[in-house]
Design a binder for this molecule. Structure first.
Ligand SMILES: [Zn+2]
Ligand SMILES: [Zn+2]
Length: 249
């Protein structure tokens, strides 16, 4: 079964010039699964698809750079030219209560974005995909996703510092989308928040992935320097993510 991954946002924490925040479209068998919907991602999404083409959304955690464009998706679906649409949104506990505080109609939000609570250890069946959720290491509850269709596996860390869970998340994956926000030379850095390029490379090596995509790079950091740092720790292919980049599995 072929799987196509399109980067809709690879900037970490805030947008940069031509780099939106975290979002990845994963497609197979004409089903479109959106992993995160960070600020700016909806703009990139509409370069390739209609908003009504999204079959399900999985939100890793409730930081704005991972869910802020859910608001745009909500309005785009509610006021869609072909009539109101809705989409299932899988997210950590309390997501709807948290996100709806910015809106004047929490009920309409829930009708359009049909929130379902998930937690680490859950296994979701979404179209052709089996999505297994893992606990990432981050200041708020964060769910990494292992997305499988047939023999193809895409692993997405969400935001995460180094943790043994990431090796399970990414074990033998064809593609690992890894938080690689920082560089080793920037230390001291906060612990349990994000990885450096080196740490992302170390995870990729330990998990024996086929291809590592370094992403969620902080806007003032050079993505190619992050990827080079990762490549020094991992013998496989390393790619520095950029917006609208496509991967075929
Ligand atoms: Zn983030
Ligand atoms: Zn975060």
């Amino acid at each position: 079964m072929t799987v196509q991954v399109t980067v809709l946002g690879c900037s970490g924490t805030h947008t940069g010039p031509d780099r939106m925040c975290s979002s990845y479209m994963v497609e197979s068998a004409n089903y479109r699964l959106l992993l995160d919907c960070g600020n700016g991602a909806l703009s990139n999404l509409q370069r390739r698809w209609n908003v009504a083409d999204v079959d399900a959304v999985v939100i890793s955690h409730l930081h704005p750079d991972h869910f802020a464009d859910l608001y745009g998706l909500y309005y785009a679906l509610r006021f869609h030219a072909d009539g109101p649409r809705s989409v299932p949104v899988v997210a950590p506990l309390g997501a709807w209560e948290f996100a709806s505080q910015l809106l004047d109609s929490a009920d309409r939000f829930a009708q359009t974005c049909r929130f379902e609570t998930a937690q680490a250890g859950d296994r979701l069946n979404l179209g052709p995909f089996t999505v297994t959720l893992f606990a990432s290491s981050h200041p708020v509850e964060t769910l990494g996703s292992r997305v499988q269709a047939g023999a193809a596996v895409v692993a997405y860390t969400g935001d995460s510092g180094p943790t043994a869970q990431l090796q399970h998340l990414a074990r033998d994956a064809d593609l690992l989308l890894a938080d690689a926000t920082w560089l080793e030379r920037q230390r001291p850095l906060p612990t349990g928040v994000h990885m450096t390029g080196h740490e992302a490379g170390t995870v990729a090596a330990a998990a024996n992935v086929r291809r590592l995509v370094t992403t969620h790079v902080f806007p003032s950091v050079d993505p190619n320097e992050v990827a080079a740092e990762a490549a020094a720790a991992f013998d496989g292919e390393v790619v520095a993510a950029h917006d609208l980049q496509e991967f075929a599995l």
